[in-house]
Design a binder for this molecule. Structure first.
Ligand SMILES: *Cc1c(COP(=O)(O)O)cnc(C)c1O
Length: 428
């Protein structure tokens, strides 16, 4: 890395944050499978606990395997610092716990992962954090949803259930005017396709469980701090701008500057709420990220070929994939994701609910399950599974009507992927 001052994305995906182990020379990042770390002496211990020195204390707060993952993802996203967590939902919990006080509000686009909709509507309300929903297709609804209590805006870059690209810059301008940070869930895009910080995001979150790890074997999440937001401007973020009782009155933003948000998430929210990433999972996720560029490009190429093939199929009513040149999100996809529009897409069957159930029952190569971002091709019929509890009207509003099938296109040979869909559609 030292020979080139400006290494490219492929190089960084492999090398950023990952030095040979200083003690053993191990080239792969070791799994530091330990809960705790020995102090040099009493003074060292005291300085670690007072945040005067950085260092490992206990794996809930910090661990060397997690640290490599954090530095790598922060570098790939163009942020100042990161904090890994046990899952994507864990990361979201830590972000909002750091931003919000009871009674505060945040604005989120309706076009979100179903689990996030549940988290915001139900569990977050128990903390008295109120979500106010807006619509990606009506940008003005974001502005309208803002009130004096709003403390953040939350969006996805490429949005669920599939095929939607969000106008990050337009929403970041609204966030700037409102004086609140823009939080972007970059799970479906990964930094290979889109780097939200370059478009005005202040905080990026990921479910590393999906394309980042990419092999469907480990849960994980991460928070990336862009270092761009002024937390001290108007006293609306007391966790960052006011003296911290549990650290002898230290003011986190004053002390830590452009990494203050990531530090606050670690030394307060993670310390007290606890969804930390297992060192073994950090290792497996790191292995996945080594090949992120290769996998994402193949995912995108395969997804586009599948979308084009489905568009010409007589049993298919419509296809939603921003990579298709006729798609209503194609212009946004070219701007924000020039290398490809991701691997998750939805399509509608002329045969409705019955046909959807037959297609997921008829696939052989595709796996019928509730996940995305595996090397393997995945399929689900939301109306009979993830969105089963909703009314038909609610299903349609969520983009998961009775006729909808969602694919996460894998990296197998494209001829085999299409042959499998072909035989399954024939049975429907
Ligand atoms: C899966 C997912 C999450 C939640 O992540 P977990 O790792 O499953 O907790 C959040 N956002 C998006 C877009 C996801 O796909």
């Amino acid at each position: 890395m030292a020979t080139n001052a400006d290494p490219g994305f492929n190089t960084l995906a492999i090398h950023a944050g990952a030095q040979p182990d200083p003690t053993t020379g191990a080239r792969a990042t070791p799994i530091y499978q330990t809960t705790s770390f020995v102090f040099d002496d009493a003074e060292h211990a005291a300085s670690l606990f007072g945040l005067q020195a950085f260092g490992n204390i206990y794996t809930r707060i910090m661990n060397p395997t997690q640290a490599v993952l954090e530095e790598k993802v922060a570098t790939l996203e163009g942020g100042t610092a990161a904090l890994a967590s046990a899952s994507g939902h864990g990361a979201q919990l830590l972000v909002f716990h750091t931003l919000l006080q009871p009674g505060d509000e945040f604005v989120a686009l309706r076009q979100l992962y179903g689990g996030s909709i549940n988290q915001f509507n139900h569990s977050f309300r128990k903390f008295d954090w109120q979500v106010v929903w807006a619509d990606a297709d009506k940008i003005e609804s974001v502005e309208k949803a803002i009130s004096p209590k709003t403390k953040a805006i939350f969006i996805e870059s490429i949005a669920n259930p599939g095929g939607i690209v969000i106008d990050i810059e337009a929403i970041s301008k609204i966030a700037r005017r409102a004086g609140v940070p823009l939080v972007v869930d970059n799970t479906l895009a990964t930094p290979y396709l889109c780097r939200p910080i370059e478009h005005g995001a202040d905080i990026v979150v990921h479910s590393l469980t999906k394309f980042m790890g990419g092999q469907g074997n480990s849960m994980g999440g991460i928070i990336v701090d862009a270092g761009t937001f002024n937390w001290s401007r108007d006293g609306r973020y007391p966790t960052l701008s006011e003296p911290c009782e549990s650290y002898q009155g230290l003011i986190l933003h004053e002390t830590f500057g452009d990494i203050a948000f990531a530090i606050a998430c670690r030394v307060l929210a993670m310390r007290d709420l606890g969804p930390c990433l297992a060192p073994l999972n950090a290792f497996l996720l790191l292995n996945g990220i080594d090949t992120l560029s290769l996998r994402m490009q193949r995912h995108c190429d395969n997804a586009l070929a599948v979308a084009e093939w489905l568009s010409g199929h007589k049993k298919v009513a419509w296809v939603s994939y921003a990579g298709l040149s006729g798609d209503r999100h194609h212009k946004l996809a070219k701007k924000y994701c020039p290398l490809g529009a991701g691997a998750v897409l939805t399509f509608g069957l002329k045969g409705g609910y019955e046909a959807g159930v037959k297609v997921v029952g008829g696939v052989e190569l595709f796996s019928h399950l509730a996940n995305i971002g595996d090397t393997r091709s995945l399929i689900i019929h939301p109306a009979s599974t993830t969105h089963r509890q909703l009314s038909e009207r609610q299903q349609v509003a969520a983009g998961a009507g009775p006729d909808v099938v969602r694919l996460s296109v894998g990296i197998e040979d494209i001829k085999d992927i299409i042959a499998d869909l072909d035989q399954a559609l024939r049975k429907a």
